[in-house]
Design a protein around this ligand. Structure first.
Ligand SMILES: C[S@@+](CC[C@H](N)C(=O)[O-])C[C@H]1O[C@@H](n2cnc3c(N)ncnc32)[C@H](O)[C@@H]1O
Length: 433
């Protein structure tokens, strides 16, 4: 743990955030600290939180305590905060506390905050306003609203590690929620029918494809309204988008003009044209592929098993044809990150093995081995979810692709979905053989 310098608080689906960190900074520099917290052996000022779709907060580690008791953490907290307060410019200090895993109640946390306030006052003569918090963790909006990352702000994170230590860290940045909202809802052309990729998920796809490379061209062959292209351009990559529907290309064009007017894109190249991903020839050759592929029908209520099987067959065919078509157009080693559909069958049992087997995979394998896996995230009632996956996932090698494996995240954890969704996005991180 001593080599860790930075703490990252992971987003709603922490496995995606962890994979993203591994891709950007290398698995040796990333340590999972607890379910929602990762540590990095990299200085905080070298991390750009704005490009991380899967992380919500960045903090510098100031101390590690060899205990997981609140009273021990509290002693170190007082020392660390006094040192920090001495360095800050004139003005009333704003203090906030957020805990992750340490056994303390909100009332005790608040009482400790008031004690810390007195200690700072007596040791440094500075007055402090404590951010009120009925919970154990401040949310992003509270951190921003109370200026806790501002010049006279201090938010301290108190984090229990799996090996029974406590990390004390000071927040340096929180995600820019207003910018994400603008990039999601502010675009002139949106289309509920194609479904829109959340900008944070688009960033994750791009980071999983580009890894440590900071320039080059990102291709999205299913670009829709252009969210992946938008995020690639904002991250400084050139962007190339194609879509089978000319209307989508018009939408993307309008959205990217808007993006330039809002953010001033500078010296990046962009190219968009209509094209069927199963037959299109892309020129020039892209360096990376990041795409949310065709997801099939959007379901508003749980479909019958046969309908899932039929949709899966249809989508599987298109994506397989696309992978075959693009294979010979890519240089060996070209990375791809594809968000493909996986259907959630809550509680299990609603989909029979015979109907799913019709979806086109090796008939000798049983459905529960081959098609259905338990997801990493449990639902609200803590029932593990089950997913129906695309058959092509078992044929990637034959199709000419290697699957990229992560040290800290299992393949089946790379799933993105919201509580009420039926179609999840499964992230396939590949390289062309
Ligand atoms: C899920 S949407 C992608 C949405 C996109 N990520 C966005 O941000 O708006 C899938 C897109 O794939 C396109 N599509 C479907 N079949 C295609 C094909 N064979 N070739 C290219 N695009 C296709 C659809 O027109 C649709 O725009």
């Amino acid at each position: 743990m001593s080599a860790l310098q930075t703490i990252v608080i992971l987003g709603r689906q922490p496995a995606l955030g962890l994979a993203e960190l591994e891709s950007l900074y290398g698995s040796a520099n990333v340590v999972p600290v607890s379910e929602h917290v990762a540590g990095l052996a990299i200085p905080t000022d070298q991390i750009d939180l704005n490009r991380l779709g899967g992380s919500t907060r960045l903090a510098t580690i100031v101390a590690t305590v060899p205990s997981k008791l609140w009273k021990d953490a509290e002693k170190q907290l007082a020392k660390s905060i006094v040192e920090i307060a001495r360095e800050l410019p004139e003005g009333k200090l704003q203090l906030g506390l957020s805990t992750f895993g340490i056994p303390v109640t909100p009332a005790k946390l608040n009482a400790s905050g008031l004690t810390l306030k007195k200690i700072i006052r007596s040791k440094t003569g500075r007055s402090v306003r404590l951010t009120p918090n009925p919970e154990l963790e401040l949310n992003t909006a509270q951190v921003l609203h109370n200026h806790l990352t501002g010049q006279t702000g201090i938010e301290m994170l108190i984090i229990t590690t799996a090996d029974g230590q406590t990390i004390i860290a000071r927040t340096t940045a929180v995600q820019d929620i207003d910018s994400y909202t603008l990039r999601d809802r502010g675009r002139p052309k949106r289309d509920a029918r194609v479904g829109m990729l959340p900008p944070k998920l688009a960033q994750i796809l791009i980071n999983l494809a580009t890894g440590q490379k900071r320039s080059g061209m990102v291709l999205d062959p299913f670009c829709g309204t252009g969210v992946a292209l938008q995020e690639a351009l904002l991250m400084g990559y050139d962007a190339y988008g194609t879509d089978i529907e000319p209307r989508m290309i018009d939408f993307t064009g309008e959205n990217l003009d808007w993006l330039d007017s809002q953010f001033g894109l500078g010296d990046v190249q962009m190219r968009i044209e209509p094209g069927d991903a199963t037959s299109h020839q892309w020129e020039p050759k892209p360096d990376f592929i990041a795409a949310e592929t065709y997801l099939g029908r959007a379901f508003t209520e749980k479909p019958a098993p046969a309908v899932i099987a039929q949709t899966s067959t249809e989508v599987n065919l298109i994506i397989k044809k696309f992978l075959k078509n693009i294979h010979d157009q890519l240089a060996p080693g070209t990375p791809l990150c594809l968000a493909v559909p996986a259907w959630i069958i809550a509680g299990g049992g609603q989909i029979s093995s015979s109907t799913v087997r019709d979806a086109g995979r090796a008939p000798q394998r049983s459905v529960h081995e081959a098609y259905v896996s338990r997801g990493a995230q449990a639902s609200a009632r803590n029932v593990p979810r089950k997913f129906v996956h695309l058959p092509l996932i078992d044929q990637l090698s034959e199709l000419g692709y290697n699957r990229v494996r992560f040290e800290h995240v299992r393949d089946e954890q790379l799933l993105y979905y919201r509580e009420d969704q039926i179609v999840a996005r499964e992230l396939l991180v590949l390289t062309r053989k």
